[in-house]
Design a binder for this molecule. Structure first.
Ligand SMILES: [Zn+2]
Length: 522
């Protein structure tokens, strides 16, 4: 089972996920990332169906991919026409991709009710289309749409479709669970029956409608397929496609299938995050292997055991997939979690130290007020350093003002004015921004940039606001979480207040102070 090819369809099936829309530039940057990860095939889109996809292929033709091969997607020719005259097949040639995947029908129900043609004509469509592309020098993969439903309905005919593609020169036939409803044991059984009858590569393409796409893909590999289709983070229509992130990790670490190198496997978490950024989709914290919670420990008992031996509550070593172990600080974790964090920061804190008790009390008080340090490790580090007098003020606020203005139907504008004292000097700056918090951030950095040049290397990457439930009669508090990053790290900071601007300011200041402490700026 050492030869399994990874086939990524994030740019085609993934792009059909709700909320996802890629520009040509997005697609190129994703393709480059997939190439770095080392997937064997990248399906870039359907050049015959939209001009954006054609533009992507023509641009990609000028780029040099190191490890991956680009694949263009299309369908078999239309009913009762000639393959050579089919605009969709001609577009595949025009795309300059050297490999084409075309999908076709295998399910008699679809052929009779949707295509409204004969079963024989459908076989001709498969043969003509595959051989047309092969005779034009392309390698062809055939996607057998709805294969598992087709096989259930009419075994003989569905197999004939696969053989028609193989005889016409297809290099691989891919069994698609298009409706995503198959159960793992069914997938294994069907593949074991089909495998001996097909000479070329067999592939698997699963959708996740029964939440089984990853399990089904792995079972397919165990039953003998050589190619696995999927998308990064499982993006795709309805409930998504098979998620390549856990598939790759499971193939490598659980089944011993060498689909990418150990070095590339360490890129897995980064690739998952990068593609969620470009897709404008929030990274799922609980995503296995690559999510930020995948190796996060919260319960006191768990933390205790993990510190003695990580195997007690971790199925793999997180660094194998480029992730890391996190110890969450909260009331639940109590003293142990705090001491571990302190140790990680080289802060001198022991169990019986009265300072330990003091910090713990402060954390509990603040969490009661609405702070949530589990989600704001940056602010927690600052809190500890402040309590242990390992902190110095980098600047002093003298005042800020934020103006948000809208005149009749004109665009809304935000401006902030900040007055601070820094290294003995008084700074008074003003800046505009996309919104009041962005304006405040810009004005503060403008005031600090000459004193602390390292700040130009960080930026805010996420901003979350949540209204906290309050008892009737009191003003509702707002919790602001800010995520910041530089070239090497990501950190989160928090602010809580009745006023959203004040809450944001607290989180902003923490974020900047965290960076300065981290860089050991004086
Ligand atoms: Zn699909």
């Amino acid at each position: 089972m050492s030869k399994v090819k990874l086939y990524d369809t994030t740019l085609r099936d993934g792009a059909q996920g709700e909320g996802i829309s890629y520009s040509v530039m997005d697609k190129i940057s994703i393709a480059k990332e997939l190439d770095l990860l080392g997937v064997h095939y990248i399906e870039g889109g359907w050049p015959g169906s939209n001009p954006k996809d054609m533009e992507f292929y023509l641009k990609m033709a000028k780029l040099h991919l190191k490890t991956s091969q680009l694949v263009a997607f299309g369908s078999t020719r239309k009913v009762n026409t000639k393959a050579a005259q089919d605009p969709n097949l001609k577009a595949l040639l025009k795309s300059k991709a050297k490999i084409a995947t075309i999908f076709g029908k295998t399910w008699d129900l679809h052929i009779e009710d949707v295509l409204k043609t004969s079963l024989e004509e459908n076989l001709d469509m498969i043969r003509d289309s595959v051989s047309f592309l092969v005779s034009n020098g392309l390698t062809v993969f055939y996607d057998a749409e709805h294969f598992f439903d087709a096989y259930k309905a009419n075994q003989d005919y569905s197999l004939k479709c696969l053989l028609a593609a193989e005889e016409a020169g297809a290099g691989a036939v891919i069994l698609c669970d298009t409706n995503g409803g198959s159960i793992t044991s069914q997938i294994s059984k069907v593949i074991r029956e089909i495998r001996p009858k097909i000479k070329v590569w067999l592939g698997i393409h699963c959708h996740n409608d029964a939440d089984l796409a990853v399990a089904n893909s792995l079972a397919a590999v165990e039953a003998g397929v050589e190619m696995v289709h999927g998308t990064i983070n499982g993006y795709g229509e309805r409930c998504g496609n098979a998620n390549l992130i856990p598939i790759i990790a499971n193939l490598k670490l659980k089944l011993g299938v060498d689909c990418i190198s150990d070095e590339k496997l360490k890129e897995l978490t980064k690739v998952s995050h990068f593609i969620s950024e470009v897709s404008n989709m929030k990274q799922r914290a609980d995503q296995p292997y690559s999510g930020s919670s995948a190796f996060a420990h919260k319960g006191g008992v768990h933390i205790n055991a993990v510190m003695k031996n990580p195997k007690t509550y971790e199925h793999i070593e997180p660094s194998l997939v480029g992730n890391r172990r996190r110890i969450l600080v909260s009331e639940l974790a109590g003293k142990t979690g705090m001491l571990i964090r302190a140790k990680g920061l080289e802060l001198d804190l022991s169990k019986d130290d009265p300072k330990t008790k003091k910090i713990l009390k402060l954390v509990q008080k603040l969490e009661h007020e609405g702070y949530h340090f589990e989600a704001a490790e940056g602010s927690f580090e600052l809190l500890m350093k402040k309590a242990l007098k390992k902190y110095k003020k980098f600047f002093e606020l003298q005042g800020f003002k934020v103006v948000v203005e809208k005149q009749s139907d004109k665009k809304i504008t935000s401006e902030a004015i900040v007055k601070i004292k820094v290294k003995g000097a008084r700074e008074h700056t003003a800046a505009e921004g996309d919104g009041p918090v962005n304006a405040l951030d810009n004005a503060l950095r403008k005031a600090l940039k000459d004193f602390y040049p390292t700040l130009s290397k960080m930026h805010l990457s996420d901003f979350k606001v949540r209204v906290l439930d309050e008892k009737v009669g009191t003003a509702a508090k707002v919790r602001v979480l800010i995520q910041s990053q530089d070239e090497t790290d990501t950190w989160s900071t928090i602010g809580v207040h009745e006023n959203i601007i004040e809450a944001s300011w607290q989180a902003l200041v923490d974020s900047i102070e965290y960076k300065l402490l981290k860089d050991k700026v004086s």
